[in-house]
Design a protein around this ligand. Structure first.
Ligand code: NAD
Length: 365
């Protein structure tokens, strides 16, 4: 398998965590005889300093010519006074728009060893394994008309979807469910919103092409409670942009640390992969960053751009294994550290690679 990957590490802890994700991918390529090539380009604050813009044309050209883009994080306090489109975060929005992905995948899972980091009770969250599919290019964030008319004292946005926009994201969600536990929950607010009535009708129609997937519909307000009360009951969850934004952040508390969460945005010209966390300037350059979210993001590259399911699963299993062995980065080791080994970013990356290597060797015997 050949994969051309553009790495845009960005600012703060971005280079530290993507460095470990790339090292895992290199190890898998070496072990499995795959040809992965990595091209490093600038984005965010580092690009503003070097190129005068948060997303240089050279970066965009490389991204568009690759099979996958791995992004670290952007943002640094020194740029906070700039206009929004001139700030590092502007580069992130621009690259997302240029790559055109409309389906944002946000896995939500609980690790037995990390339940202590979640405010929820272990017996509620243990075993959670949800794949959120958030529609990313439509709904209230993009709909027109939109305005805050200060003189008239009125503000409004438009939550709008076409059936085509709903259908394409629903298909991706059904296809993912087919490869998982064959259950899809579609979330809307169809008791109040016409746009949600369209959403529900289209998802139901698409479901006729996937008779092996059990489809259920939930209203977003009750879904917000169900995720906290019985997260294990959900497999794939598909929803529109605004609801997805809120539900995915809410469900992040199940995993218990921002540093653990991966994401992928697919369906556009080139898939974009990024850990959910930001550039964490408070811990940058200190070897304190948790690379596991970025490493789990690498697993998504293997699965969704490489079609390498066994290798993706090996990376995910290795992350579980190192946690079982008591390995923690500082963010995961607050409070009682009995039985835990606190590792730096690089040490954690090395531990995962060592474990992946053993797993793949065992699988090939
Ligand atoms: P943040 O995610 O950077 O950090 C929030 C808290 O979580 C901090 O205490 C940080 O130390 C900790 N944290 C985050 N990732 C971690 C990791 N991998 N390991 C250990 N601890 C981790 O969010 P913020 O502080 O609100 O934002 C900082 C900057 O990042 C801002 O400029 C913001 O705009 C930007 N940001 C970028 C992205 C992105 O690039 N996708 C996302 C969110 C925020």
């Amino acid at each position: 398998m050949k994969l051309k990957i553009t790495v845009v590490a960005g600012d703060g802890i971005g280079p530290e965590v993507t460095g470990e994700a790339v090292a895992v991918l290199k190890q898998i390529a070496e072990q499995g005889g795959h040809e992965f090539t990595f091209t490093e380009k600038r984005i965010g604050g580092v690009a503003i300093k070097n190129d005068g813009t948060p997303l240089p044309q050279e970066t965009l050209d490389a991204a568009l010519a690759s099979d996958a883009v791995l992004l670290g994080a952007v943002g640094a306090p020194e740029f906070n006074s700039l206009a929004p489109d001139k700030r590092p975060e502007g580069g992130l929005l621009q690259i997302r728009a240029a790559l055109g992905g409309f389906a944002n995948l946000r896995p939500c899972f609980s690790f037995k060893e990390l339940t202590v980091n979640s405010p929820l009770r272990p017996e509620v969250i243990e075993g959670t394994d949800i794949m959120f599919v958030r529609e990313l290019l439509g709904g209230a964030y993009f709909g027109k008309p939109r305005e805050w008319n200060k003189e008239k004292g009125v503000g409004y946005n438009t939550m709008v979807y076409t059936s085509g926009e709903v259908e394409r994201v629903a298909r991706i969600a059904f296809q993912l469910a087919q490869k998982r536990r064959k259950k899809l929950t579609s979330v809307d607010k169809s008791n109040v919103l016409e746009v949600s009535q369209l959403w529900r009708a289209v998802v139901t129609e698409v479901g006729k092409d996937f008779p092996d997937v059990a489809l259920e519909h939930q209203l977003v307000d009750s879904m917000a409670m169900h995720i906290m009360n019985r997260p294990r009951d959900f497999d794939v969850v598909v929803t529109e942009n605004l609801f997805g934004d809120i539900l995915t952040d809410e469900s992040g508390v199940i995993t218990g640390s921002l540093g653990m969460l991966p994401s992928a945005t697919i369906g556009g010209k080139v898939n974009l992969y990024e850990p959910v966390h930001g550039s964490a300037p408070d811990i940058a350059g200190k070897g304190l960053a948790n690379p596991l979210g970025a490493i789990l993001t690498a697993a998504l590259i293997l699965r969704h751009s490489g079609g390498l399911e066994a290798e993706a699963a090996a990376v995910e299993a290795a992350v579980r294994k190192v946690l079982e062995q008591g390995c923690r980065t500082a963010d995961l080791a607050r409070g009682d550290k009995t039985g835990l080994t606190v590792l730096s970013t690089k040490e954690m990356g090395a531990k995962v690679r060592e474990t992946v290597e053993k797993q793949l060797l065992a699988a090939s015997r």
